[in-house]
Design a protein around this ligand. Sequence first.
Ligand code: B1M
Length: 212
Amino acid sequence: MDTLQQLSENMQKGNADQVARLTQQAIDEGCEPKTILDDALVGGMAVVGYKFKKHEIFLPHVLLAAKAMHAGMDLLKPLLVKDGIPTIGKVVTGTVQGDQHDIGKNLVGIMLKGAGFEVVDLGRDVSPEKFLDAAVSEKAIVIGMSALLTTTMPVMRKVIALAHERNVRDQLKFIVGGAPMSKEYAQKIGADAYCYDAVSAVECVKRFIGAH
Ligand code: B1M
């Protein structure tokens, strides 16, 4: 079994120590950080999600897999984010109120930083007020919202509505993403763009500031 396959399987089993060891091994073998991330870690998490949905595994397993995923991401982060490059704009990110899923949001942050943006990460369970307060005080150009639950997606609409209420909607762009999201939903709630993944989030933000 090759290293990436072993890595994916250990991530799915929630073996954080093995995930750290195998991520380092894959790096040492010369594997591209983006390939390690997509093929082993994100791919492994898709299997976890599928098994959870089919009731083949339960929440504690998912939690362990998430912790193991972070152990791998921690090692990849410095390789995906180049230090010392000048920032080309500020983006406020967060997972919306009521939602604790942050792996995808964290990936978006890593990729944005890697592309030269400054990222103000508000974490998980972020209220509409907190998104707007931070974006205005930080003079951000974009608010990036993540939601993984169908029940928390509507919070995104509230954030955009609050931006209208506070008369700051024209100063900000809103990007949205997360597994249950779609282009249609993003349009319906008045977001500027739906981003399927972290790479498309970077492309969107670059487009907004005209920095292709
Ligand atoms: Co939960 N969970 N979970 N979970 N969990 C899902 C989302 C679910 C689909 C699983 C399932 O049933 N198959 C399901 C949601 C069903 C629904 O609403 N339709 C679900 C559920 C039900 C729940 C609980 C309610 C379970 C319970 O308690 N009974 C509970 C809710 C807690 C809460 O939030 N209030 C819960 C809890 C958890 C854990 C805490 C155990 C853990 C999260 C740990 C953490 O994040 N720190 C967890 C996990 C890990 C998952 C799955 C298995 C994996 C999510 C993930 O990290 N994927 C997930 C199943 C799935 O999604 N298939 C599931 C990897 C990540 C890289 O992908 O986040 O999609 P993703 O991000 C992608 C894109 O979506 C995009 O870019 C990333 C890739 O590049 N993207 C953006 C994401 N955000 C973006 C923002 C952008 C742009 C792109 O711009 C700003």
